[in-house]
Structure formats: C-alpha cells, structure tokens
Write a protein that binds this ligand. Structure first.
Ligand code: PRX
Length: 653
C-alpha cells in the first residue's frame, strides 16, 4: 500500500469505542468540563495541577512567556525527590510498594515508599561525599535495576541535574554525552542482563572516561557479579554497596527553584550530534504528575507497569517521576519481552496483578506475530487500562491489543508526545473521550495543538500537514543544553511563535488527531528515535566508505527499519570483499545496537541534486518499492533509475 493510500485508509476508520460505563464512573477525570475550563483559562488549569504538588515556597507567577522562552511557576521552590518520597511517608502510603522490580534472571525486589526514601537519602549522602553539589551534572549509565531510579532521585534531592544515558548506547556515544554535559560523576553498574547475556557497562564506562577529563569519580553498582570482570581504578572508582553501607539515611532535600534544571536527556535530531534536552523542576513535575493521574487514572491500589527503559524519556516521566509523585506503585522490569520466552510480559502481569499497562506499538506487533494463544494462557483479568506510546499505532495492532490483552473491556490510550514535550500531549482521557483505533484523539487539557501547512496556516480536516503546538506547556523543554541557538532554530523558527514537532498529522471531522510519523530526517525504529545523519556520520567514519545516505524504510514490526545506501572508496570497491558486516558493526560501535542498519546497499553513485544534495526522498521510494517521485531536480536522472533497477534485482535474489 502506498503511503497516501495508508493515510486514506486510516481516516476511513469508522470504529469508535465509548469509555466503558464502569470505567467512566470511577475515573479520575470523568467530566469533560475539564477540557472547557482548561481551554478558557490554561494558566488557571495548570496552577490547579501545580497545587497538587508540595511547594516549599509558593510561586508568584504561573507563566512568563517571552517566546520562545517560557518560565513556569516563577518564584516557587520545591524538591522533586521530596514530592516523590517524603510527602508519602505519612499515613498508609509509607508501607505501600513504590517500586516492584523484576530482574531478567527472575530475581525480584519490592521497595516500599519508606524503604525507597531511605535508599535515596543514603545515595544522596554518598553523592555528596563524592563531591557532588547543587548544579553539578551526573551521568547515569545503568541497567533497569532499582538503583537507577534511586540514583536519579538522589541527584534530584541534591539539585544535581542527571543525564541518563540508555545502557544500549556504545562507549563512544556515552563519551560524547558525558563531555557535552561536562559531568563530574558517572554512576554505572558492573553490567546488566539482556537476553541472558551480560552488557559490559563498566567496561564501556572505562573506555569513555579515559577521554573525559571532566569526570572525577565513578560509582559502580554490583549487578552481575562474577559474570563480568571489573577493573576498579584507585581513587576514581567506588562500589555503591561499600559507600551505601556507611551512609546516613538523612539528607535534607535542597529547595530548588521551579526553573532549576532537573535533568538533561539526549535525543536524536536532524544533525549528527544529539541534543541535550533540558527539563526543569516545577513545570516538568506538574506536567508529569497531572498527566499520570488523569490519563493512567492511578488509584491507591493500582499496580502500574510502563515497559519502557528509563534511559528514554518515557521511563523518566512515566516510570519514575509521574507515578512516584502520585504515590503510585510502579513496576520495573530489567529485560526484554522475549526472554526466557515469549510469555514473559504476561507472566509478569499475572504474577504482580498489573492493572495498568503502558507499552509500545512495536512490542504489540511482535506479540501479534507470536500469536494470541500466549497471552491467553495467562490470567490478565487484573488489567483495567492499556496505553501505547512511541510511534503511530496501526488500527490492527490497536484492535489486537484491546481484544487479546484488554479482553475488550479496557480502554486503550494512544499517547503522543516527545522527549522535548516532557509529558503526554495528545491522548484520550480514558473516562471521557471515545477512542478510535489508530488515533491519539485530543490534546490533553491545557495543551494546544494544530495541523498547519507550509505557511503555518491551519489545514482543513482530512488534509495532511505539520503538527505544531501553539502555546507553551509546563513540561516543555527550556533549551538545548549548551546550545541555546539550536533550541530556537530547531523548534521555533519554522513557524515563528509556535513549536514545530517534526511530525506530520491529520485532523478528522471530529477534531481527532491522527499522527503520520516524522517529516524530518529522524527515524523511528521500534519506537526509538535515531537520526539519519547520526548513522551516516558513523558510516562515513569507516575508512572504506566514501558516501552514505540513510533512510527509514517501512517495517511491519519495527515501524521503520534502517536502510543505508553506501558508496565505497576506490580501493574498497575493488577489493572484492563484502563490507556489509564490518560496516554494521562499525555503526554499533559508534552509536549502539539500536542504530545497526538492517540493510546496506552498495551503490556506484547516489542520486544528487545539481547543488550536490543527496535526495533521500528518492532512496525511500526505492527502498519501499514505490514509483520514483519527481526527479527533475537531479543532476543525472539516470543514476537513480539504474539504482532502482539494481536494488530490485538484489531484493528478488
Ligand atoms: O514521531 C513521534 C513519535 O516519537 C517521536 C518522539 O520520540 P521520542 O522523543 O524518542 O519520545 C518517544 C516517547 C514519547 C515523536 O516525534 N511518537 C511518539 N508517540 C507517538 C508517536 N507517533 C505517533 N503516535 C504516538 N503515540
């Protein structure tokens, strides 16, 4: 199916599911007046949401908006770890599970709010003893173990911005992120488990830190023990368990300004260099606290499971800060859904009585392929609400999720947002908004989105355009770390005064949003954001490569697969060897396994415009088997025709 036909098919989706009555009756958001009130007075709405948090000093102004710079809750002081911990220690929540954790090998641990608070206080004292002060950056490179949120909350307690780097990134990618943030301390583990293998985290840190003079100390959690040989450098490396043993369980939370940085999180953009997205304290926590409560409908006895890795924004906002600031029980799982077998997720849901599940379309499509018999073998009747995030969800996957996981009784919330937005922006409120398979429905109350054309004018329903956000929201990124111009350029220059998301979308007659994927040079591979330029830079870094052009090709499971078109340098082109494996592993070394090209196609020449720009659009046409689009601007149209023929021959072979 061509792209346009697929979009048309989406918009003809006629199925509508009203919120189930039993769900609506008990929902945290049950009255659609919330939409009208927030639209009439967004600042009043956000002030009410902020009032759900505990502030040491009240704010003076809700919003100061000097486009494109926003300051929320100015003058207010609070501490995120206080809001996630201390305030839950009075009354029954004290002994409630804050984190239920399951390791990939099957080990388990539950931390009550009381226990979590003790650990975080201890860890904060450990960091302080290692020289971390308010404002110092700390890079965290860890597997999905409880010490990861403990480390994040300990940083928040001291007012030291954390920069969590996903454990799947390579040593080089880690090095670049440490340098960009100028981190003083790195927190890591000896290793982590992934599909039964050990990921050598500490070894990667050693390699990275050899080239990062800013790092003074490395703190190492023991996770895999004898499975991994670890070298501890004297006066630089410390074992977490040694220092934690001696640390006091009392560390007063630092009163932070609402606009102080809570964290930096690197994400891919349209250039080769990832951007350090900056999130601040008061607005961010207000945004994730409110969205978690109203979208996931969390109640005192829920067991909520977001299956993301904390290395991505979804884990920051919806495993750690949103759920814990609401005093909820948040489940964390270390490993992958296919280990030791394809039923791992369903046995976790059954074992822990998960009530709310939040996962990605790519996972759902794998479950579909593995067959409905697998979830059917488990008691999933505890589930009452399902969520999805990370990429457009196709209606078949949405319906399958609803039926085979949700037993046709659970509302499904498709939530659209980004690292930059910090919080969910477009989503149904499950007790209020009727859902349509494949649509993220409406902006969250207090959020304003539109679909516009090239000139920034709103387009009529049914016509595709660019998704923009027309007003500031509390959890929005404040800047790109160390690069304020890039913040203005990337997000606020295309359409002055409004935020450009980089996504395409359509509105239907009911005002529902249908997300159509990225319109820029960013790919979405299994819900992970990877820049085409990043992969290209990694490829041309290899001595055999002359030029590379990378595109995201439609893939039925991953959403997009990475296809690279490469021209080799003379010597390599003539050496008669197959360079495929070598180039793939080079990319893994430069970035990480998430960026490994699925396909490398060697070409004698790449299609270029007369000014020398590679036309990726045509390469996408080739890789997706479409008719070639407009080729009139090409320097030599025969190049692309020849490429297409050779590509098709190879595909058939
Ligand atoms: O293209 C959109 C897609 O993921 C991008 C953001 O990626 P990242 O910053 O890594 O954050 C992912 C998790 C929030 C968006 O620009 N995306 C995310 N959620 C959806 C989506 N596309 C369609 N539907 C969604 N629900």
């Amino acid at each position: 199916m061509t792209e346009n036909k697929a979009i048309e098919a989406l918009l003809q989706e006629a199925r509508v599911f009203a919120p189930p009555v039993e769900f609506a009756m008990q929902a945290n958001a049950a009255d659609d007046a919330v939409y009208r009130e927030a639209a009439a007075d967004p600042e009043g709405f956000w002030a009410r949401m902020a009032a759900q948090l505990t502030w040491f000093t009240p704010w003076q102004r809700v919003l100061e908006w000097d486009p494109p710079h926003a300051r929320w809750f100015t003058g207010g002081k609070l501490n995120v770890s206080y809001n996630c911990l201390d305030r839950h220690l009075i009354g029954a929540r004290r002994n409630k599970a804050a984190i239920i954790w399951e390791g990939e090998p099957g080990d388990r641990r539950t931390l009550t709010y009381w226990e979590l608070a003790q650990e975080v206080n201890r860890a904060a004292n450990v960091l302080r003893d290692l020289g971390v002060k308010k404002g110092d950056r700390v890079t965290i490179y860890m597997p999905m173990i409880p010490e990861l949120p403990i480390a994040m909350l300990a940083c928040a307690r001291l007012g030291a911005p954390h920069s969590v780097v996903f454990g799947g990134f390579s040593a080089e990618a880690l090095r670049d992120r440490i340098l960009d943030a100028q981190a003083k301390l790195v927190i890591t583990a000896d290793g982590g488990f992934r599909r039964g293998q050990v990921v050598p985290l500490k070894r990667n840190v050693d390699q990275a830190v050899a080239q990062t003079p800013c790092v003074e100390k490395v703190l190492v959690v023991q996770r895999v023990g004898e499975r991994e040989q670890v070298m501890m450098h004297r006066d630089r490396d410390y074992w977490w368990h040694d220092l934690m043993l001696q640390a006091s369980t009392r560390c007063d939370p630092e009163p932070m300004d609402a606009e102080d940085i809570l964290y930096i999180l690197y994400t891919s953009g349209t250039t080769g260099k990832p951007k350090g997205v900056v999130h601040t304290t008061g607005g961010y926590l207000t945004g994730v606290n409110a969205t978690t409560r109203l979208i996931f409908d969390l109640k005192e006895d829920d067991v909520y499971w977001c299956t993301a890795d904390i290395g991505w924004v979804t884990g920051h906002s919806y495993i750690v800060y949103g759920p814990l600031s609401n005093g909820a029980t948040s489940l964390m799982y270390e490993g992958s859904p296919d280990y030791p077998d394809w039923e791992r997720f369903w046995s976790i849901v059954e074992r822990h009585g998960v009530t709310v599940l939040y996962t990605a379309p790519t996972a759902i499509r794998s479950f579909m392929r593995w067959g409905p018999e697998l979830p059917a073998r488990h008691d999933l009747s505890s589930l009452r609400l399902l969520g999805t995030v990370g990429e457009p969800i196709n209606p078949e996957a949405w319906m399958w999720y609803r039926e085979h996981i949700g037993g046709n009784r659970c509302p499904v919330v498709d939530t659209w947002w980004q690292t930059e937005t910090g919080m969910i922006m477009i989503t149904p409120l499950p007790g209020i908004v009727p859902t349509k398979p494949g649509s993220a429905t409406r902006p969250f109350p207090g959020v304003f989105a539109a679909v516009v054309d090239e000139q920034g004018q709103p387009v009529p329903p049914g016509q595709g355009g660019y998704l923009v956000l027309t007003r500031p929201w509390p959890a929005m990124l404040r800047t790109v770390y160390g690069d304020p111009d890039r913040y203005v350029q990337t997000y606020w220059s295309r359409f002055p005064g409004v935020y450009f998301t980089g996504d395409g979308a359509k509105l239907d007659e009911d005002g529902y949003f249908w997300l159509l994927g990225r319109v820029d040079d960013v790919m979405n591979v299994s819900g992970h954001r990877v820049g085409t330029m990043e992969v290209e830079s990694a490829l041309v870094d290899h001595p055999a490569v002359a030029e590379a052009a990378v595109i995201g090709r439609h893939d039925p499971i991953k959403g997009q697969a990475i296809a690279a078109f490469v021209t080799l340098k003379e010597a390599a082109a003539r050496d008669g060897q197959d360079h495929t494996a070598e180039l793939k592993s080079h990319v893994v070394e430069k970035i990480g396994a998430i960026a490994r090209p699925d396909q490398i196609f060697f070409a004698a020449e790449l299609p270029k415009t007369r000014s020398g720009k590679i036309m990726r659009r045509l390469l996408r046409d080739i890789a997706e088997g479409r008719q070639l689009g407009d080729t009139t601007t090409l320097a030599d149209p025969t190049v692309v025709q020849a490429l297409k023929e050779r590509y098709e021959e190879e595909e058939e072979a």
